[in-house]
Structure formats: C-alpha cells, structure tokens
Design a binder for this molecule. Structure first.
Ligand code: 5GP
Ligand code: ZN
Length: 111
C-alpha cells in the first residue's frame, strides 16, 4: 500500500521512535501519546483493520497480543496497561493499517 503511512514507517521511509522490530512486527511510540507511555504494535504486512483479518492473520494477531505485555513491561508498565484496537470509521480508526495501541503509566481511568 504505497499511500499507507504505517507501511511507510514499516519500510523505514518515515521515521519513528522504534520500540521493537522483528521479521513480522514493528512497535513504535505514538506521535500523539494519550498517556506517559503510548506505543503501538503493527504487522509489517498491510492489513487495513481488525475487520479485514481472516484465518490467514491468526498467527500475526496472536504474536501482536503476546508481544504487548512483554514490551509494556520493558517500558515500565509492569503494573498494567491498556490495549485498544480502533476498528473502522465507527470505531474511531484514523490510520487504516491494523495497529494495537498499548498505553499506561498515567494511573487508572475509566473506559
Ligand atoms: P487510530 O485512531 O487509527 O487507532 O490511531 C492512529 C494513531 O496513529 C494515532 O494515535 C496517531 O497519533 C498515530 N499516528 C498517526 N500518524 C503517525 C505517525 O506518522 N507516526 C506515529 N508515530 N504515530 C502516528
Ligand atoms: Zn499499510
């Protein structure tokens, strides 16, 4: 997806504050954090949203969720964190490349 900002970040064409990178995933700090620690985990492969995932994405979705607590703990969120996946315009999604927000450090707050 040549016009996708997260594909460009995954390709190194747009800089980011990287948290983690492996063969399939990239994690980087959100440019507009809503908490003292706020990063997101994305698959390097383009998939627009959670609603666009199917069986072929099962492994990558599992890897993203397993990575979240590991990176959160590394960034000081060992006491807990929130994960958010905005899906579609009705879900407040702004960037249409699947991403899982991970944030915390600002104390508890209601949904
Ligand atoms: P969404 O509303 O789609 O779930 O969240 C998109 C998120 O991407 C927003 O929190 C926004 O701050 C973040 N974002 C948008 N553009 C960039 C960018 O170029 N770099 C980084 N690091 N974050 C971005
Ligand atoms: Zn993309």
């Amino acid at each position: 997806m040549s016009d996708c900002i997260f594909c460009k970040i995954a390709a190194g064409e747009i800089p980011c504050r990287k948290v983690h990178e492996d063969d399939e995933l990239l994690a980087f700090h959100d440019i507009r954090p809503v908490a003292p620690v706020h990063f997101m985990i994305i698959p390097k492969v383009h998939v627009a949203s959670l609603a666009d995932c199917d069986e072929a994405h099962r492994d990558i979705l599992g890897r993203i969720l397993l990575l979240a607590p590991r990176l959160a703990a590394e960034l000081g969120l060992g006491n807990g964190f929130r994960t958010v996946i905005n899906t579609g315009p009705g879900g407040g999604q702004e960037v249409f490349h699947l991403h899982v927000h991970v944030f915390g450090g600002g104390g508890p707050r209601p949904l």
